[in-house]
Each structure stands twice: as structure tokens, then as C-alpha cells.
Design a protein around this ligand. Structure first.
Ligand code: COI
Length: 355
């Protein structure tokens, strides 16, 4: 309602004249769900194509109890962000990359996917419909969560007869409770998130349920998150529950190569390009635990975590610290990436899409 809007008088000048925002506490956004005004929905019969997508008021959805997603986990999600620029306009970051990744994941999960054009248009429509929820510049971002669900009913194990593509959004701040301060990771030695030939390389919902047990145990012990190793050798880094990992040694930055068990992060890919443009040598390869423990700096990347420095890693009871505060390399890459996302430096890579 109009009474929940307020002119953003406390914000920077040119911005305050052009935009109205919802009245929420923009200074204390974490990564929690804030319901917004609209969600997007589009359906598709098996063997057909997605069509007739529409915006609806945000709210609960109805599913048959036998829906494929509820019974057999036939579901995928994506994550991307919209940032508000100083002039009030809104920037999406590489939305066609999310569309492409959803398509690859859909193939692996036997689902039809929206076209790149449908995906990107739906994201734009959803963000614009929820414009008053996009945080002011510097206060956070609008997190965009596309879902692809086997929504049709099946009893025997088979692909669902109907699919739903849905997008909802929520304003967010920092992902970890540490804010932008370094996080402490524990290496998981017994539980694994992915196996060769499995689904670790796509963003299927089950990959995230699979890490909850180790994550909960880690949090009880005071760690922020869990770092997974390959399940064959228990020696090579894969990823953290919610993000990819990088290790820095001198001028060389290494990250686990994409080989089917690691989520091909869009922030990961972007940071590789940013680091190369800044003169670093970047290697995508097998990265051993030994290299991790011997690194100068370690950081994580992801849409939700952006670039988060790692302060310590604990492996088999031994804790290795990477020093106080954020390392120089992590800080530099974070700064370049976020300035690009906020439209504060020229987007030579053509990564941002202005709404
Ligand atoms: C993202 O970074 O967008 C993700 O999907 C990770 C999720 C666990 C929050």
C-alpha cells in the first residue's frame, strides 16, 4: 500500500528523487526470506514447451501430493542478483548464464527448460514488478531465485508429466553472519556432496539437502560452513556447501576444475576472468588439501556469498589460519567484482544488464 512506501530521503541525492522503497530496515538485511509483492509462474506439459508465463501476487503454491519434485526430487534452482545503481536504475548480473546453466541441469534431471529469452525476460519482469524491494545502493541486493519443478503427479518413478518454472525474489544483505569478515571452514572427511556420474555439477535441489547434516554439525562446533573433498581420493578440494573455493599462493590463484562433481559457479567464472584481468595467473585444476593448507589466502565465491574470505580451515583436527582480516588479493578481487555489479566501473566484459 502507498503508506508502506517512503521517499528515500536518507539516500544519496539523485537516487532519492527517482525511487520509492518499501519501509524496511535496509541497514540490517541478512540472508533471510523477505516476502515481496510478485512471483512469476510458467508451466509446461511433458514433451511441450513453456508458455503463458505470468506474474502473480507472491504466495503459497498448490501442488499435487504426488508431484515429481516432492516425491523424487525432480527440481532445480538458480540464484542471481539485481543491484540498484546510484541513479536508481537496476542492474542484473549475467542472467543468461543462469538460463544456460538451468538448461544443462534440466537435461540431467529429465526436465524441459525455458529458453534463454524466456528465462531472462521472466527475471526482468519479476524484478521490475518488485522494484520497490531492490535495496538502495550499497545496502545489499535483490536475490532472485528461479525454480524449475516437476509439478505433475507421478507414482511410479518417472519424469513428471508437468513442469513449473517459478521465480521469487527477496532483498538480501550478507550471507554469513560474519558479514564480510573471514569465515572458518571445516573439511568434511566422511560425508560427501557429490560422486562421479552423480548430480553434483548441476543445481538440483537434492545436492543442498545432502549437505545439511554436515553443515549442522559444523555450525554446532562454531564453523561457518563445510568444505567437501572428492569422494574417491579424499584429497582434492571440491566446494563448500553454498559456494566455490579458491586458494592464493603468490601471484597464482587456483580453483578446482569443473569435472561433474562441482557446481560451475557464475561468480567463480567471473572471478577467474577478473583475476586474469588484474594480472594474476589462474589455474583450474585438481587442488589438493596440502595446497589449501599451504596457501597465502583462501576465499569462497558464489552469488549469495559474493567473495568471502576464509580465515581458517580445520582438517582432521588441525586448524590452519590465514591471518587476521581480509587478504590483499581477496580484497582486490572483491572490490573489482562488486564495483562491476553496482555499475561503478565500466563493464568491459558486458556482464551487466540494465533494467
Ligand atoms: C547462490 O549463491 O545463489 C546459491 O544458490 C547458494 C545457496 C545455497 C544460497
Amino acid at each position: 500500500s502507498a503508506s508502506s512506501l517512503r521517499p528515500s530521503a536518507t539516500l544519496s541525492n539523485n537516487f532519492s528523487e527517482t525511487t520509492e522503497l518499501v519501509d524496511i530496515d535496509w541497514d540490517n538485511l541478512g540472508f533471510g526470506l523477505q516476502n515481496t509483492d510478485y512471483m512469476y509462474m510458467m508451466k509446461c506439459e511433458k514433451g511441450g514447451a513453456f508458455s503463458k508465463g505470468e506474474l502473480k501476487p507472491f504466495g503459497n503454491i498448490e501442488l499435487n501430493p504426488a508431484a515429481g519434485v516432492l516425491n523424487y526430487g525432480q527440481g532445480l534452482f538458480e540464484g542471481l542478483k539485481a543491484h540498484r545503481k546510484q541513479d536508481g536504475s537496476i542492474l542484473l548480473f549475467r542472467p543468461e548464464e543462469n538460463a544456460a546453466r538451468m538448461k544443462l541441469g534440466a537435461e540431467r534431471m529429465c526436465m524441459p527448460a525455458p529458453t534463454t529469452e524466456q528465462f531472462v525476460q521472466a527475471v526482468k519482469d519479476t524484478v521490475l514488478a518488485n522494484k520497490r524491494w531492490v535495496p538502495p545502493p550499497g545496502k545489499g541486493s535483490l536475490y532472485i531465485r528461479p525454480l524449475l519443478l516437476g509439478s505433475g503427479a507421478v507414482l511410479g518413478l518417472a519424469p513428471a508429466p508437468e513442469y513449473t518454472f517459478l521465480i521469487y525474489v527477496s532483498p538480501v544483505g550478507n550471507y554469513f553472519k560474519e558479514g564480510l569478515a573471514p569465515i572458518n571452514l571445516i573439511i568434511e572427511n566422511d560425508l560427501h556432496r557429490a560422486t562421479p556420474g552423480g548430480t553434483g555439477g548441476v543445481k538440483t535441489i537434492g545436492n543442498y539437502a545432502a549437505v545439511l547434516k554436515a553443515q549442522s554439525a559444523a555450525k554446532v562446533k562454531g564453523y561457518s560452513d563445510v568444505l567437501y573433498l572428492d569422494c574417491v581420493h579424499k584429497r582434492y578440494l571440491e566446494e563448500v556447501s553454498s559456494c566455490n573455493i579458491f586458494v592464493v599462493k603468490g601471484n597464482v590463484i587456483s580453483t578446482p576444475a569443473i569435472k561433474g562433481t562441482i557446481l560451475p559457479g557464475i561468480t567463480r567464472k567471473s572471478i577467474i576472468d577478473v583475476a586474469r584481468s588484474q594480472g594474476f595467473q589462474v589455474e583450474e585444476k585438481l587442488v589438493s588439501v596440502d595446497e589449501l593448507l599451504d596457501a597465502d589466502e583462501v576465499f569462497c565465491t558464489g552469488t549469495a556469498v559474493v567473495l568471502t574470505p576464509v580465515g581458517s580451515v580445520t582438517h582432521l583436527g588441525k586448524r590452519v589460519s590465514y591471518g587476521e582480516g581480509t587478504g590483499a588479493v581477496s580484497q582486490k578481487l572483491y572490490t573489482v567484482l562488486t564495483r562491476l555489479q553496482l555499475g561503478l566501473i565500466e563493464d568491459e566484459m558486458n556482464w551487466t544488464v540494465e533494467l
